[in-house]
Unconditional design. Sequence first.
Length: 598
Amino acid sequence: MSRRQKIRIGDLLVQHKLISEAQLQEALAEQKNSGRKLGRLLVDLGYVSEEQILELLSKQLDIPHIDLRHFHFDPEVARKLPENHARRYRALPISEKRDAIVVAMADPTDIFAFDEISRLLDRPVQQALVRERDLMRTIDTVYRRTEEISHLAEELGEELSRGEYDLAELVESEGVTDAPVIRLLKSVFEDAVQVGASDIHIEPDEQVLRIRQRVDGVLQEQTIKGQRISSALVTRLKLMSQLDISEKRLPQDGRFSITVKDRVLDVRLSTMPIQYGESVVMRLLDQSAGTMHLTELGIPEAMLARFKRLIERPQGMVLVTGPTGSGKTTTLYAALNHVNKAGTKIITVEDPVEYRLPRVNQVQVHPRIGLTFARVLRTALRQDPDLVLVGEMRDKETTDIGLRASMTGHMVFSTLHTNDAIATVNRLLDMGAPGYMLAASLDAVVAQRLVRRVCEACADETEPDHHQRAWLQAQPSAREAEGERFLKGSGCAYCGNTGYRGRIGVYELLELDNPLTDALRREDLEEFAALARRRTSYRPLVQCALDYAREGITSVEEVMRLAGNVHGIDATDLDLEVEMDSPAEAEAREDSAPGPTG
């Protein structure tokens, strides 16, 4: 392909009357100060859209404009360009022809990048124009560290087998940064950050080492030959967490911070002795990303307005419930962000403190030295707080103190492990909280789950199968399932062949009114549940998830999985005779069924 002439994007936009000369001069002045790309500056300033720039460049350069989200590229071809060059030049080979390689570029006017890519590939290059954001996300997907991890693990295994050094001495050495164990851990963390993993599991087996990452709530596994390298990894991680490397018979917990790809990760580590060594699980908390705002959680607008009104009250109690990993902490921190103002004194009691918040007094409990939730909470109430966050209602003592705090002029936020909002009341009563105190203190319960989003790149319309149609018809808000279409991902390189990419929160909000508090005061759980289900403002988790499926955000399969988790059964194993039930019969059956116990 012939060498392209330099194109001045600013002049081109002015020539086609997409921006004015004055807007161009303003952007050029800003570019002098910031050094940023002119096109990105013009988009950020709101003078032109990215789509307008892409369409103009596509016509001017006579090259195709490709939407990477819907393009099925060959990962093997993509990896012909080394990752550092792909990121530097914002380019990625996406297909191979007989006489050339097609390279997707965010800036095809970059002549130097074009020349360097042609030299590196040693083949004629055909350019394609792509959106920069999609390109960078695709690069993260393509350049996984799996091969690098396997290679480094093999190198570490060889050095261990030769016994050339004392492992403990090596991993304690601050200056050794090129040792295989350190490079292996660095690669594992980088891979986890690229795919957005929330947890890393290191599990030794009889002959292999398994490294698993939880992405969008589902574990992805890589198996490495050679079990003995796990001891090197565990020892290094224990030292980073300031744990006892000589103790291998008892579980240990620790934490450390690490910077990966300019992102500060707070790592919570847990070790556990198992048959073939020690298992390590690390929870990754991205401190550099900051806490989310309420509007970013995915709470429906009407529900969000009610939730904001509740958390802005001067006193009372709001509980957020759900299983581990359902996003409760994220929701609570977003709520704290919303009410965190100079005139509000906030104290949190957590185990552990997950995110650091400005202006908030955060206390981490230490049960081993007697610094329990209850003890810290008592002290916190003497610190003149307006709002207290209790990490979890774990026992009767903590619950009683929290309830009394809400009755004496404080706002209390906390969490509980229950299946849904209605089951929360059952759980609190089981913990010994008197009904009259709950009625006087509890304002609302938010129950939540996370469901996976259908991958935009490989999403296709699909009709429910026979079983799914039967399940849909059994729902209280059933429509005519015949002919109703939903989205489902077929799996592609963009989503790791899972059909899903990212997650979104599913919520239900139960706000207590006079009839509900009266039933709670009398501890009449059947009447409480019946009244709650009849509330027009109360929409169960499954129905909220089903709304997302009908909007094409998630799949029916994912909604059924959620339904099974909420009701404690596998929705895929339900008897197909349910297809004969009408929506009214299904609702009656649901009302008569025993509630979940949490």
